[in-house]
Design a binder for this molecule. Sequence first.
Ligand code: HEM
Length: 126
Amino acid sequence: MNDKTLYEKIGGEPAVDQLIDSFYDRVIKDDVLAEFFKETSMQKLKKMQKEFFTIALGGPGNYSGLSLSHAHQGRGIYAKHFKAFVGHLLDTLNEYNLSEEDRYQIISDINHYVEDVTDDSAAPLN
Ligand code: HEM
């Protein structure tokens, strides 16, 4: 049995900080996704995303940001953008020493938010 949280398995706060930095480096290099972040303070976004991910991975603290639907609805984010975003997350997670099961657990947790984030949530993810 292994009852460590994903947060602990990934390496705690320093690992989550690094994960989010490296993830958004990838997102911003993707021309299609970069458009969405043209007017965004990446510093603030990363801070919020670090809080969000920490909780999502079973770590400590609080998420002090907007609800995901508030932060995303009306931006014209479609399922294809969500899919590309999650693809970059998977590429980033591949740099960490996680089992395949743990990586897919994280991706599947994140996929639950598709309806909050996208404006065409009826569309299938694949
Ligand atoms: C499940 C996947 C996602 C999660 C967990 C997530 C999480 C977050 C969080 C925590 C914030 C900060 C909210 C705040 O400022 O209080 C945020 C903002 C933002 N997200 Fe996402 N996001 C996701 C998917 C996406 C996708 C797919 C896009 C676009 C392709 C996107 C674009 C944005 C933008 C543009 C902002 C910044 C809004 C601003 O300028 O204030 N997000 N997201």
